[in-house]
Each structure stands twice: as C-alpha cells, then as structure tokens.
Design a protein around this ligand. Structure first.
Ligand SMILES: [Fe+2]
Length: 288
C-alpha cells in the first residue's frame, strides 16, 4: 500500500514571469496555457503536465500530487489516511479535469502542512513533448517527477507517517554540521522525499525539488543559462554522497531551490541503508 511516485507539483507564485523564464529557458519545459485564465501547466515528459503555476499574492504549494498506480490502491490509501484522522475529500469532476487524472483525493499533509493530492490515471496526450530548448529530457516514468525535500519540526513523526501510511522505505541518512536528513524511496529512485530537521529553514517549507536529466549535457548547458540569466546558484556543481547525483542547485523566484541533476543511482533488491557525515563526495560548495 502507498504511493508509487511523485506525480506533479502545483504552485501559487508571486512572480509568474520569473518562473516562466526559469521553467522554459533553463529547464526547457513546454508551456500549456489554459484558455481564459493566467494559470499555466508545464509539460516535461509524456504526461500532460507535471508543474502548474497559479499567479498569486503568495508563494505556496497549491497541490503536491502523489501518483498511485491503481484505483483500488488509491482508495486503500485514502482510507489509510482517514484512519489516521486525516480529512480526505474525493476530488470534484472539475478538479479531476484540471489535473488531467481519472480520480483523485485531496488532503493536507499532517507532517509538512502542504495541500496534497493522491491520484491515479494521469493523461498521456497523443503528442510528443516539445521542449523549449534542445534537451534530451527528464528521467521520470515509473520513478515519477523527481524528489522533494522538506524542513520538518518532528522528523521522527514525519518518517513514521511516510513509512506507515504513505508506503515509503528509508534509503539512508545524512547528518552534517547542523543538518540532519532522512531520505526515503517509494520506487527505484534513490529518494522521492527527504525530511530535514528544521533550523536553517522553517518547518513545512520546501527545501528543494530535484529534476533528473537524461543527459549530463542538459545539466551543463542549463548551468550556463542560469549563470547568463543571473539566476542565483545556491550550490555549485558536485556529486552527492548518498544518491550519487551530479547536480547543482538554483534559487527559484519563490525562494526554495531546484536541484538539476544527472546520474542518480537506483534502489535495488540488495540495498543497504547507510549513514553519511557529508552530503557531497566532491563539489556542492554552498553559495548562500
Ligand atoms: Fe536533492
């Protein structure tokens, strides 16, 4: 029981023009504007969209979407959330049409406070992804959109909830300086969520979202574009100790970071949980 992958992320954003520039020019995503309003869906693979931007007076998560691969398992997960006293609502036909999925439930994650959704049956249109710049694309498929890292007040409770209800397993741990992170998987991707003890960032806030390219050159060209556009690089290129991702981090117009990576290692049947004392093997010098 549990989720199979990270499906989509919908964001309320105060600076939609800056977000558009970043998603299109750096990440090559394909805009799917909605007729009659300012909302824009963004495509990056076979799915109709994986990101949505809602122009807003605040920066916040509008929907963190978790994909479940069957209706029966989706219903099971909704019940498991209710059994934990989480208020779960069946998504309306209107919301289903907006998200382009067959069925969904909405709730607020009790661990990070994010407006969240569990869904199944995302739309795969009969057109190819048409990137804005010449990229190879993104490693998604059954590993989902990527990973997301949150600051949390009660790390042990967050880990327990994502194990017992959401169906994740622990990948490994990193404790360094004042930081303390637990990394968790729900498919072959090394981690789909990470929970960092609050301190540097406030509990409930996103620390970063990771997108994995299918070519190191996508990341390298992206790094040059970020520099040319004057977008802040918050962590220089480097390689992580736990997932072996080669990546750099940039600051989004909402303040949290996006990690643009390549070459992450996968969870296999003989995976052994390790503890690391640094997040990097090399590089990844922090710039803030
Ligand atoms: Fe990451």
């Amino acid at each position: 029981m549990g989720v199979d992958s990270l499906g989509y992320l919908a964001l309320n954003v105060r600076k939609p023009a800056e977000w558009r520039t970043m998603l299109e020019q750096v990440f090559g995503m394909e805009a799917q504007p909605r007729p009659g309003n300012e909302t824009i869906d963004y495509r990056l693979d076979s799915h109709h969209h994986r990101f949505t931007l809602y122009p807003s007076h605040e920066d916040s998560i509008a929907a963190l979407g978790w994909e479940v691969n069957s209706e029966a398992r989706l219903d099971e997960l909704a019940q498991a959330l209710r059994d934990r006293q989480v208020d779960v609502t069946l998504g309306s036909d209107e919301l289903r049409a907006e998200r382009k999925v067959r069925k969904l439930y909405t709730y607020t994650c009790p661990m990070v406070g994010a407006k969240s959704e569990i869904f199944y049956g995302p739309l795969v249109p009969n057109t190819a992804f048409a990137p804005c710049r010449g990229i190879s694309g993104y490693k998604t498929g059954n590993q989902g959109l990527g990973h997301i890292a949150f600051w949390v007040k009660d790390q042990a409770a967050a880990v327990a909830f994502y194990q017992e209800v959401m169906g994740f397993d622990i990948s490994d741990y990193i404790a360094w300086d004042v930081h303390d992170g637990v990394f968790m998987h729900c498919n072959a991707r090394h981690h789909t969520v990470a929970f960092l003890r609050e301190g540097v960032g406030p509990a409930g806030a996103i620390m970063h979202v990771m997108l994995e390219a299918t070519s190191m050159d996508d990341v390298g060209y992206g790094y040059d574009i970020v520099r040319d556009l004057g977008i802040p690089v918050t962590i220089e290129p480097g390689k992580h100790s736990n997932d072996h991702m080669q990546s750099f981090y940039l600051q989004t117009p909402s303040g949290f970071w996006i990690e643009y990576g390549f070459g992450g290692r996968e969870i296999g049947p003989d995976w052994e949980i390790k503890s690391y004392d640094q997040p990097m093997l090399w590089g990844h010098r922090v710039q803030v």
